[in-house]
Design a protein around this ligand. Structure first.
Ligand SMILES: O=C(O)C[C@@H](O)[C@H](O)C(=O)CO
Length: 271
């Protein structure tokens, strides 16, 4: 089973280009799915959700989103994800129709999680994001929380974006969240949508379980997706390149409690 989904570029509607489409039909993921779309200026994408909730993240550009008689005009805060400006997102509740119209050339990520529990449509402005500077030495990363577990605005979805600069590691020391054992650990699947700066760069990502029954190390390139159905999932960024990834997480309980690999937990305690 490959955990790596390389970028596509398929025009699915006039001016709407499909970059990624990972879901239960082409992956083992049960709680999470993702679409990444590039929209030409003035292009529109619309969809009616089945028994899913969705988080629409405006990765780049300016768009107008309509959902459930609400209209959010001119949302989006950046031209590149590497502007490191928290962007805007829209949460759309289960079963609702939505549309996205690009005012400028734009890129959006639509994160999905199956649910029949309704939560209201909500604009998640970038300026509400909780920003974190995590790590030390070559383990530093910038975290911009979009929909963390302390915002009760969704049934299952958790969304966060992470910047890891040249020569650093993130999602490190390795941790897992694949045991439904609260309060110690929650069971959350995870999807990574990666971008690189400069674009020709790559990162290494390893996904592995304690018993190594799953142990895959991948070369991940710009706009690739990596799925983490279970296991530890560290990311290493080569010198000279900067990494961005957006994480989608979901599972039986919407809380992020992870377990650090014991043999590597000392990394956290360095002075
Ligand atoms: O702190 C980081 O390096 C980011 C990770 O926590 C990432 O968001 C993840 O693996 C969540 O489980």
């Amino acid at each position: 089973m490959s955990l790596l989904y390389q970028k596509q570029n398929q025009e699915i509607r006039p001016g709407v280009h499909l970059i990624q489409d990972v879901n239960a039909s082409n992956s083992p993921m049960k709680y999470t799915a993702v679409k990444v779309l590039a929209l030409d200026a003035n292009a529109s994408y619309d969809e009616t959700l089945g028994a899913f909730e969705a988080g629409i993240v405006v990765l780049t550009g300016k768009v107008t989103v309509t959902a459930d008689q609400q209209r959010f005009e001119g949302i989006g805060q950046r031209q590149s994800v590497f502007d490191k400006i928290p962007t805007d997102s829209v949460y759309v509740g289960t079963g609702l129709p939505f549309s996205v119209t690009a005012q400028t050339a734009a890129k959006i990520l639509i994160a999905y999680s199956p649910t029949t529990t309704s939560f209201p449509v909500r604009l998640l402005k970038g300026d509400i994001h909780q920003i974190e500077h995590r790590g030390k030495y070559q383990n530093k990363r910038l975290v911009q929380n979009i929909l963390p577990d302390d915002l009760p605005f969704a049934d299952k979805l958790l969304l966060v974006e992470v910047y890891t600069d040249s020569g650093n590691w993130s999602s490190y020391p390795p941790h897992r969240h694949d045991h439904d054992n609260l309060p110690t650990e929650s069971l959350l699947e995870e999807i990574y949508y990666h971008e690189m700066q400069p674009k020709q760069g790559f990162v290494f990502q390893r996904v592995y379980t304690d018993d190594h029954s799953l142990d895959e190390t991948m070369t991940v390139q710009n706009q690739d997706v990596v799925i983490v159905p279970k296991g530890y999932h560290p990311v290493g960024v080569p010198d000279g390149y900067d990494s961005y990834y957006l994480n989608i997480m979901a599972g039986p309980t919407r809380v992020w409690h992870f377990h650090n690999a014991p043999e590597h937990a000392w990394i956290i305690d360095r002075k």
